[in-house]
Design a protein around this ligand. Structure first.
Ligand SMILES: *Cc1c(COP(=O)(O)O)cnc(C)c1O
Length: 433
């Protein structure tokens, strides 16, 4: 077993065998939950005043870090460390702004029964676990963290099955939590078997951060249990390139080899990953490990997250730096989860600059402005949902051209200009060479 020096040191300080390191249950059992242990294992020392503030913070929002995730902290520069910031309490968590809410996404209001959030027409969130290996400081369900660290009983979960059975429109079930992969294998097997027995459930999704904070959870046994219930999609939660280690790569490889399409949901966090270069690196590393970046979330208005929030403009800047600059399949959709429960709303830079009834003006990632000519006589057929009687015979009738300048020129029919290019465009210069 290859452990880093830091990891070996941590195991020794816990007074345990190195061979335990990759045992996920051992990792959970030895999760760091107090300042003292944290100091002992990392060698970081807080001064008494700071300690008091941290203690007060974790009295409100508890702490839990797996030894593995702890081992990724750069102890020499921990104040700026992305792993430390995601895992260790910051007294700023107690500074609320007046827009912060206990349940900003109204998940509880959109919950017809315990454990189920039914927001969208054809899919539900099913909170099958209240447990997480590591308590993310930026958790959107911070209100719930640590208060009921237990596994919902079979009876409660069965009521969830009943709800899904009664709602034949539900074709996609998202297992979430907490972290569903914190459940024992046989319990997961039971849940998945029950869901698979519901005919209208086409897809099951699992949202888990275990590949990031507890990669040893992805055992061969677990993979064999999950594999029985395909199609299962798995979404994980990497926020920073530093979280992609040989252990997490191994976990992702196992999952990808077993045929689970892998996605990643990142949260945009101030002073953690609010940088176009960090994000580009992250998404490129993810696709290299067969993980498709799925969502980039704007940080929610949950209490305790104020210091993590960035302006939406930062997210747009990041999206600007990705589209065109790197592989399309490495680009996540940036979303704001609507406060009040409206669901995810995609946000992106404006590529559509102007339009008339027959042309649109677009700009690309380089700033090149171009036109897309709309179809001339687009006959919008009045759809009465009667496909048998639908007649799709379209006529063409080119429009006459008139004279114009600037952007107007691009919109005008009489001018054949199709694009405007800024001066000194490197790509165009290459063509002339
Ligand atoms: C995010 C979310 C979903 C899933 O949304 P997709 O866009 O399909 O990934 C479903 N229900 C709730 C409540 C959600 O927050």
């Amino acid at each position: 077993m290859i452990l880093t020096d830091v990891q070996k040191e941590i195991v020794q300080k816990i007074d345990e065998q190195i061979s335990n390191w990759k045992n996920w249950k051992w990792q959970i059992k030895n999760a760091v939950k107090d300042i003292e242990t944290f100091e002992k294992l990392t060698g970081i020392q807080f001064d008494p005043e700071e300690r008091l503030k941290i203690q007060k913070t974790l009295d409100n929002f508890p702490l839990s870090i797996t030894p593995y995730y702890l081992s990724l902290i750069d102890t020499d520069n921990y104040q700026n460390d992305p792993v430390y910031k995601q895992a260790f309490p910051d007294p700023k968590e107690l500074e609320n702004c007046r827009f912060d809410m206990n349940d900003p996404l109204a998940e509880d209001k959109d919950s017809p029964i315990d454990l189920i959030t039914h927001r969208y027409p054809d899919r539900v969130l099913f909170h099958v676990s209240n447990v997480c290996a590591m308590y993310c400081r930026h958790c959107t369900r911070k209100r719930k963290v640590g208060d009921v660290d237990n596994i919902p009983c079979r009876e409660k979960i069965t009521k969830g099955f009943d709800y899904i059975k009664e709602h034949s429109e539900v074709r996609d079930v998202l297992l979430s939590g907490g972290d569903p992969l914190m459940l024992p294998d046989d319990y997961l097997d039971w849940i998945l078997t029950e869901l698979r027995n519901i005919e209208h459930v086409e897809v099951i999704r699992i949202g888990t951060r275990t590949p990031v904070v507890l990669p040893y959870r992805i055992t061969d046994d677990l993979v064999n249990v999950l594999k029985k219930h395909h199609p299962i999609w798995i979404n994980t939660h990497f926020n920073h390139p530093r979280e992609i280690t040989s252990s997490s790569k191994e976990a992702l490889e196992k999952l990808a080899d077993a045929g689970f399409p892998l996605g990643n949901q990142s949260v945009l966090l101030s002073e953690v990953n609010d940088c176009p270069r960090i994000m580009k690196k992250l998404v490129q590393m993810l696709v290299k490990n067969r993980v498709r970046p799925y969502y980039l979330y704007q940080c929610d208005l949950s209490e305790g997250l104020t210091h993590f929030r960035t302006p939406v403009g930062k997210g747009i800047e990041i999206m600007e730096s990705l589209r065109g600059h790197t592989s399309g399949f490495a680009i996540p959709t940036y979303v704001v989860d609507a406060p009040g429960g409206g669901g995810k709303i995609p946000v992106m830079p404006n590529y559509l600059i102007s339009w008339s009834t027959n042309k649109i003006i677009l700009r690309n990632y380089e700033g090149v402005i171009t036109t897309y000519k709309e179809p001339d006589n687009y006959n919008n057929i009045n759809c009465d949902l009667n496909c048998n009687e639908c007649d799709l015979e379209l006529k063409t009738n080119p429009a006459e051209e008139i004279k114009a300048i600037g952007l107007e020129k691009l919109l005008a029919d009489h001018d054949s200009t199709i694009s405007l290019t800024p001066e000194n465009n490197e790509r165009i210069k290459r063509r002339d060479d």
